[in-house]
Design a protein around this ligand. Structure first.
Ligand code: AMP
Length: 397
């Protein structure tokens, strides 16, 4: 969609290609990788570069080592997993300074098709400040630069934005897919276009709602954020999550939807519980009848039907944010039902990163969704219509 160079537009044969990936994978206490999706999603670009005889130098951050070396955040386990996935050796350029004479030597000795992974870029405090010196050091290792880390594209750091100043650049296949699929949905969607928004807070999603109101035919709102809207409608919401200072905004968003002819639907029935815990007493009530001493924890069956019907009739669906407290067994039904409705739909289905993405994967629907974004924050900012610095920095075609 965007007019950015793709890795296929670069002459990579025999060249040292620096690739920013998002290998920020979850690990257990023993540093075993518990979910390697972020690594597997980077494979198409890495394999393409191997097949085309590039020398591949990978870089990524992992967790928050706060600008200091810390073995807890070393990328070593990622190098091992990547070796297994690629079926070839990935050299881990272990170095607390990330770039050093030693690392340069390793890179100088690379042969076409070789893969090297640098140490966690956040071992250096300049990384998150987009420090120019560090960007230059990283850039000095490569001759070309590829950004394939969508998850960090909303940040302006040395390893994604800084390096692009010094090298011819392009996006990798993962970033290309993210911006093509989401870009098309936003710019030229097949209609009806339905957005489903949930999650804890209205305040996190204001920008998304405002931008989507200009583009969609229908917005379905569930999750914790729905109660501020129900309150704005004048309903009693008991002890449900409320952002008091956003009630007026919720009113004006509903008015704006009406003015634009966008159908904005809220939950019509709610699963309410006494306390914020799984084994609390719970029942389903009408949205306008939440008891004073109870709180909304999920959407009810009637709302599931209502939302699923809208999804069934849609040609493009974007979903971001769970419909209830899906971490608790008793209150995950709404979120799972929406995941199923997306899986059953023939529409182009796009799931924003984070909680909704993991709900879809956990329910086993990952393979039947058109696109599951690898970036939580980045996909939200994309849906807000913001320019992502990590993508803006890449050379145009
Ligand atoms: P977010 O990070 O904004 O996407 O919000 C995700 C969180 O919202 C999850 O941890 C959910 O448990 C939480 N959530 C969803 N629905 C509710 C609700 N009705 N009450 C409280 N929290 C909720």
């Amino acid at each position: 969609m965007l007019n950015k160079k793709s890795v296929e537009d670069l002459q990579v044969s025999g060249k040292r290609v620096l690739v920013r990936c998002d290998f920020n994978v979850p690990m257990d206490e023993l540093r075993n990788i518990t979910d390697d999706r972020r690594i597997t999603s980077a494979l198409p670009t890495i394999k393409y570069l191997i097949e085309n005889d590039a020398k591949i130098i990978l870089m990524s951050h992992l967790g928050r080592p706060k600008g200091e070396p810390n073995p807890k955040y070393s990328l070593e386990p990622v190098a091992k997993r990547l070796s297994t996935l690629l079926g070839k050796q990935v050299t881990f350029a272990k170095d607390d300074k990330v770039v050093s004479e030693n690392v340069k030597k390793i890179v100088d000795n690379m042969k076409p098709g070789d893969v090297v992974l640098l140490e966690n870029t956040r071992y250096r405090k300049e990384e998150e400040k987009n420090g120019d010196e560090f960007a230059k050091e990283l850039a000095s290792l490569g001759e070309l630069y590829v950004n394939d880390a969508f998850g960090t594209s909303h940040r302006s750091h040395a390893s994604n934005v800084g390096v692009s100043k010094y090298l011819p650049s392009s996006v990798g296949f993962l970033v290309k897919k993210e911006i093509d699929v989401m870009g098309k949905a936003l710019e030229n969607p097949e209609r009806p276009f339905v957005a489903i928004l949930g999650g804890a807070k209205v305040s996190d999603k204001i920008g998304v709602i405002e931008n989507l109101l200009e583009k969609v035919d229908t917005i379905l709102i569930g999750g914790g954020m729905a109660y501020t809207f129900l309150k704005a409608k004048g309903y009693n919401i008991g002890n449900s999550l409320l952002e008091e200072d956003k009630v007026e905004l919720a009113k004006s968003l509903m008015k704006s939807a009406e003015d634009k002819g966008v159908k904005l639907l809220l939950s019509t029935d709610i699963v309410v519980g006494k306390e914020f815990k799984n084994d609390t007493e719970f029942k389903t009530v009408k949205a306008d009848s939440i008891p004073d001493d109870m709180m909304g924890l999920d959407i009810g069956e009637e709302t599931i039907k209502l939302f699923s019907e809208e999804i069934k009739n849609a040609k493009t669906v974007v979903w971001n944010g769970p419909m209830g407290v899906f971490e608790m067994e008793n209150f995950k039904k709404g979120t799972n039902a929406i995941a199923k409705a997306l899986a059953d739909s023939k529409a182009i289905t796009i799931v924003g990163g984070g909680d909704s993405a993991s709900a879809v994967e956990k329910a086993g629907y990952g393979s039947v969704i058109t696109h599951i974004s690898t970036g939580g924050g980045a996909s939200l900012e994309f849906l807000e219509g913001k320019e992502l610095p990590g993508i803006a920095a890449i050379d145009n075609k």
